[in-house]
Design a protein around this ligand. Structure first.
Ligand SMILES: NC(=O)c1ccc[n+]([C@@H]2O[C@H](COP(=O)([O-])OP(=O)(O)OC[C@H]3O[C@@H](n4cnc5c(N)ncnc54)[C@H](O)[C@@H]3O)[C@@H](O)[C@H]2O)c1
Length: 316
């Protein structure tokens, strides 16, 4: 099976993780970077990785040998790139959150289905051993009747993270703050491991940073079937501690305590290997080997819960 050609839309921090992951995969080949926001930035990234640079979707997506588009732009721009990929008949996998509202995600799913292209979302922690193990243990009934599931993401970001970015912590480009940006991986675990959410009661606050959206979230959840749950999500917790999850039931308890959590105090101190797992699974899906586990509908679940938290807290 030949390598699938990849265009990366976006050329900032995470686009370089995409490029490294693609370059190290035997299933994929990097064609280039497309950045409609900053051509200079695309050219710089292309020079680093030895590939093409484009500043328009038409040129990038009509280039020879392009099979897959990966989206690494500011979150409020993901839908635009997905619509363009669908228009050009290309399979597309986007960074988390798939988009910043459920309504936008529904339009993205529809566009990809109509175009007959696959849509996936990068939520690389789904490939973590701890997640895979938790899923197996819950599904095997090892925990008995599950009574509670809670996540804590007590992270820290400096003021500059918000003040020196044109999009972090804004409603129109980030879609929220600590919950949708930093905490979505753990929200994704919660929705993947537990039944659908029945009810949400939430508070959101901006306590530590000069930003438009929230840096502190406290929410209580009731899941279908009766189990209760909780979310504490923050970028206001100095110096930043590891992600935590506890799922407990009548016969057992799972505790995930990531005391070496690299993201707790810094946005770029993790590796690109998780992205490679996502891309290779997506390539297998495009090649008809196995469906990609986080398609549009699966990625919609975390954004839906986040939206319900914001709505109940009255901030969106
Ligand atoms: N999977 C992960 O663990 C992970 C980690 C970090 C970031 N991300 C996601 O990757 C995406 C990009 O994040 P990043 O850290 O690379 O951001 P960044 O600021 O470094 O790069 C943003 C990119 O979007 C482009 N862009 C388009 N429109 C823009 C606008 N209006 N304002 C600002 N930039 C605009 C920029 O040119 C640039 O290429 C986000 O959706 C973020 O949530 C995912």
């Amino acid at each position: 099976m030949g390598r699938l050609g990849v265009v990366i839309v976006g050329s900032g921090l995470i686009a370089r993780f995409h490029a490294n992951a693609v370059k190290h995969s035997e299933k994929l080949e990097l064609r280039g970077f497309c950045d409609t926001f900053s051509f200079e930035s695309a050219k710089k990234a292309a020079a680093e990785f030895g590939c093409e640079a484009w500043n328009g979707y038409d040129e990038a997506l009509s280039a020879p040998g392009v099979d897959i588009v990966t989206v690494a732009t500011a979150s409020g721009m993901h839908d635009e790139a997905v619509f363009e990929a669908a228009k050009h008949g290309k399979h597309v996998i986007s960074e988390k959150p798939l988009s910043i509202t459920v309504e936008r995600i529904d339009r993205m799913i529809e566009a990809c289905e109509k175009a007959g292209v696959q849509l996936g979302c990068i939520l690389q922690t789904r490939w973590d051993d701890k997640f895979v193990d938790a899923k197996r243990r819950i599904e095997s009934g090892e925990l008995g009747k599950v009574t509670y599931a809670g996540i804590r993401i007590p992270w820290w970001r400096k003021d500059e993270y918000y003040t020196q970015s044109s999009w972090h912590g804004t409603w129109n480009m980030d879609g929220g703050g600590a919950l949708i940006n930093q905490s979505i991986h753990m929200v994704d675990w919660l929705v993947a491991l537990m039944p659908p959410v029945e009810e949400v009661k939430a508070f959101c606050a901006t306590l530590a940073h000069p930003m438009e959206t929230e840096d502190t979230v406290s929410a209580a959840i009731r899941f279908e079937g009766g189990a209760l749950g909780g979310i504490y999500a923050a970028t206001s917790s100095f110096p930043g501690r590891g992600k935590f999850m506890e799922i407990t039931g009548t016969k057992g308890t799972i505790v995930f305590d990531d005391d070496k959590d690299a993201g707790a105090a810094s946005p770029d101190s993790f590796e690109w290997d998780g992205h490679m797992k996502c891309f290779e699974a997506f390539a297998d899906s495009v090649n008809g080997i196995a469906p990609y586990p986080i398609d549009g509908r699966e990625a919609r679940k975390s954004v839906s819960l986040i939206e319900r938290v914001y709505r109940d807290a009255g901030i969106r």
